[in-house]
Design a protein around this ligand. Structure first.
Ligand code: SAM
Length: 772
């Protein structure tokens, strides 16, 4: 990419810099001419798009490597290194061509059989059963697989299935010795079969609820946010208002080895690879078929030139010929490829990239992008066009019009695609133990109740792209597999905009940071209520306290003050505003003073770095900031000592002293104090001193309630930690906090709360135990 950027002459770079959407076809055409004349461009395309000449390519199948891994897996199995054996077999499955044979057997079927035997040995019977069935689908006349599946079914208590499988194995087994061995298995099975054990429950499948028919949404034109969605009628809090499957989706690179490339859920141990390339991994055949297409394999294909038959229009199909580009190009470019292919297939035309703006109806951001980003879009659009020409349709014309359509699409993806996230949650079996809370570890509770969301994919949802952003959102987005669900987090009256948060909301970041994030990521100046009206959270979140001990005012730094001054609307009444976030600030008059101070026509106060908004007293902001920075080194040290499981005696004392300092310098609701209190809670839990841990956790929550409002989901995660500490202390007030967090989670996630956040179920079980 950098090499291609460098060869673009300044004259063309200037054209890119000044270009608008209307200029794109001729500009794309000029860039295309340029690249076509460059040998390094052709070299790049052949590396990305040509099928690997040798089987050793990055994404191609590789029989030799698969056989080596199979051997290594067998050795590890024999020496008892089960986890390494599993890695070897799974990697071999990824590399083995579907038509490869070894010692007269299909290699893939043999690998599934070997992995099934390993799973059986490891006690993973369901995984073993699934692998046996996969092997039989490929090679239905493989007696060893029938025999293994018979044994696994016996372990699972599936008596009839077991007898059936072993009987088939016996009939197929060519050797007398082998037949006798299977007969012995059958006899043993009959002796041990006293009573039939019920089959284990099949894998959990999550129902996606329907949006109630009375929820009617409308797309309207707004004065400063383009189109937006509103409700036609009043909608109660916690209502599901929208559910949508993605138009296209792609897994992020860092999740390729850990999450299913189709549904984006975490991978089980018995992963399934793609039949045609070595890139994707799937959690089930269901996902593999949807992504790569079903496969029908005759058992009699030894030595034949077998090519798998791919049916329907699976999304990975055009990328899966062992070519490198899906592994190398950025995720949003691969996503663009999927969108182009899907659109062309839907239209049934394969020569020109269709007019995507018309087809998708999404807003674009091209003109607002930096010259550097624009040039990147142009280069990627041409590269992608060549890759699609090679892997998808050789009829696809390579011209300025098609390339410019892809430039627009890439700019649409920048502002309309949604990150698919998963909650990082520890579903450790130890939660099932009765005495878990007696052996409580804050680290475990924190991992379990972690607020951390991991981005696993990037997707385009056509209808959901019409929802605008607000830093004070009234709807919440979450995912079940790849389905996007939107739920109201408050009562929304008919005609009101329905807006979700594209980034950190009010309470998490101050206004200047939010504005910068939205400008950089989505190219717009946010005009939501949180960024256009003064709110208390933004004033105090990074504020300092007044030097005057009798004043409860707040002192802002220069950047925050400037940002607040630019808010065009300062609400005149404070107490009657129903939507205000912070209802019970002790020093509510900060807001009144802020309103006057920030409205420069009415105020004689200085609003700038170092002046108190309430009394106008001045403090040396720079020197106080330095003290705060220094205090934070103590908290970092404490965090490090917890992370390295050191005893933190002096570090804890230093951090406690620094908390006092922070409290004397920062405003009482500064987010930094909440973070410091949280670290202290963790440290006290670490040393098993739960009472101070509880107090620090509560102190942190009190501040967060002021910043986010009392019912925000961010408080829910903190309440999960507090309730865990209270349970460890045998403190029954945990019940109150569990009730609160249950209510919060069902507002945000409805009946799926326990799936999204499994730790909630653990806490609810504890609550039932206490109440009984
Ligand atoms: C995903 S789209 C939302 C639908 C869009 N308004 C439309 O007409 O298609 C995102 C774009 O909407 C606009 N937008 C969304 N929220 C906004 C806000 N709070 N303030 C200003 N513009 C906003 C921006 O132009 C942004 O790039």
């Amino acid at each position: 990419m950098e090499k291609l950027k460098c060869v673009v002459p300044d004259r063309l770079k200037r054209r890119v810099e000044e270009s608008h959407v209307d200029d794109l076809p001729s500009l794309s055409s000029s860039l295309l001419q340029l690249f076509l004349s460059l040998p390094q461009f052709h070299q790049l395309i052949s590396e990305l798009a040509a099928e690997p000449a040798t089987q050793a390519g990055l994404c191609g199948k590789n029989e030799g490597a698969a056989l080596d891994l199979k051997e290594k897996g067998n050795q590890c199995y024999s020496s008892g290194d089960h986890s390494q054996a599993l890695r070897c077999y799974s990697q071999a499955l990824r590399l083995a061509p579907i038509d490869a044979h070894h010692t007269g057997k299909n290699l893939v079927a043999t690998l599934y059989l070997n992995r099934a035997s390993l799973f059986h040995k490891m006690g993973l019977s369901m995984e073993s059963l699934r692998d046996c069935s996969r092997a039989l689908e490929i090679s239905p006349s493989y007696p060893k697989v029938w025999c293994r599946r018979g044994k696994v079914n016996a372990t699972l208590g599936n008596y009839e299935d077991s007898v059936h499988d072993l009987s088939v194995a016996k009939d197929m087994e060519p050797s007398i010795g082998g037949k006798k061995q299977i007969e012995r298995e059958l006899d043993m099975l009959a002796r041990h079969h006293e009573k039939k054990i019920p089959k284990p429950a099949s894998q959990k499948s999550v129902e996606i609820p329907d949006v109630p028919s009375e929820i009617k949404l409308q797309c309207v034109k707004t004065p400063d946010k383009g189109r937006g969605m509103v409700s036609q009628f009043d909608i109660p809090q916690a209502s599901l208002i929208h559910a949508e499957e993605p138009y296209a989706v792609v897994i992020l690179k860092h999740c390729r080895e850990t999450h299913c490339h189709y549904c984006l859920n975490e991978l089980p141990a018995d992963t399934i690879p793609c039949f045609s390339c070595s890139l994707p991994l799937y959690c089930s055949q269901h996902c593999q078929v949807r992504a790569g297409g079903p496969i029908h394999i005759p058992d009699t294909m030894v030595g034949s030139n077998f090519k798998p038959t791919l049916e329907c229009i699976p999304e990975h199909k055009h990328e899966c010929q062992g070519v490198h580009w899906p592994a190398i190009l950025p995720s949003d470019v691969v996503l663009a490829g999927r969108v182009v292919v899907k659109t062309m297939e839907q239209k049934g035309q394969f020569t020109d990239v269709p007019n995507l703006s018309e087809t998708l109806g999404l807003c674009e951001s091209y003109s607002k992008m930096s010259p550097e980003s624009k040039l990147e879009l142009h280069i990627y659009s041409i590269v992608l066009l060549f890759c699609l020409h090679h892997s998808f349709s050789s009829e696809l014309s390579i011209n300025g019009d098609s390339a410019s359509q892809i430039v627009i699409l890439l700019s649409q993806i920048r502002v309309n695609s949604i990150a698919v996230v998963r909650m990082k949650s520890n579903t450790n079996d130890s939660y099932d133990q009765q005495d878990w809370f007696q052996n409580f570890s804050f680290g475990e509770a924190e991992a379990a109740s972690s607020v951390e969301q991991v981005r696993v994919g990037q997707a385009l949802y056509k209808a959901a792209s019409l929802f605008n952003h607000s830093c004070l959102p009234n709807i919440h987005a979450y995912f079940i597999s790849r389905t996007l669900l939107l739920r109201t987090t408050e009562f929304v009256s008919g005609g009101c905009p329905l807006e979700l948060s594209y980034g950190p909301p009010v309470g998490q970041w101050d206004c200047k940071d939010r504005l910068r994030f939205l400008e950089e990521e989505y190219f717009f100046r946010c005009w939501c209520r949180g960024c256009s009206e003064v709110n208390e959270s933004d004033l105090v979140i990074s504020g300092f306290c007044c030097v005057n001990p009798n004043c409860s005012g707040v002192i802002l730094d220069n950047l925050v003050a400037n940002c607040e001054k630019q808010k065009p609307k300062v609400p005149e009444t404070i107490s009657n505003e129903s939507h205000l976030q912070v209802h019970e600030l002790k020093d509510i008059d900060i807001k009144k003073v802020a309103n006057i101070s920030l409205d420069q026509t009415q105020s004689s106060f200085h609003v700038g770095s170092g002046y108190c908004l309430k009394c106008g007293s001045y403090c040396n902001f720079a020197s106080r900031s330095k003290e705060v920075k220094k205090a934070w080194t103590d908290f970092r040290r404490l965090q490090d000592s917890i992370a390295s499981k050191d005893t933190c005696g002096t570090n804890l004392t230093d951090a406690l002293r620094s908390l006092g300092l922070l409290r004397s310098i920062l405003h009482a609701y500064n987010k930094g104090i909440a973070e410091a209190e949280d670290i202290l809670a963790k440290a006290f839990c670490f040393i098993g001193d739960f009472e101070p841990a509880r107090d620090h956790c509560k102190a942190s929550i009190e501040i967060l309630e002021k910043l986010y409002g009392p019912n925000h989901i961010a408080i829910g995660y903190e309440l999960a930690k507090l309730a865990s500490i209270q349970l460890a202390l045998g403190d029954c007030t945990a019940v109150y906090n569990i009730n609160r967090l249950s209510a919060m989670f069902s507002t945000y996630y409805g009946p799926q709360a326990g799936i999204i956040f499994p730790y909630l179920l653990v806490l609810e079980r504890e609550r039932s135990r206490i109440i009984q």
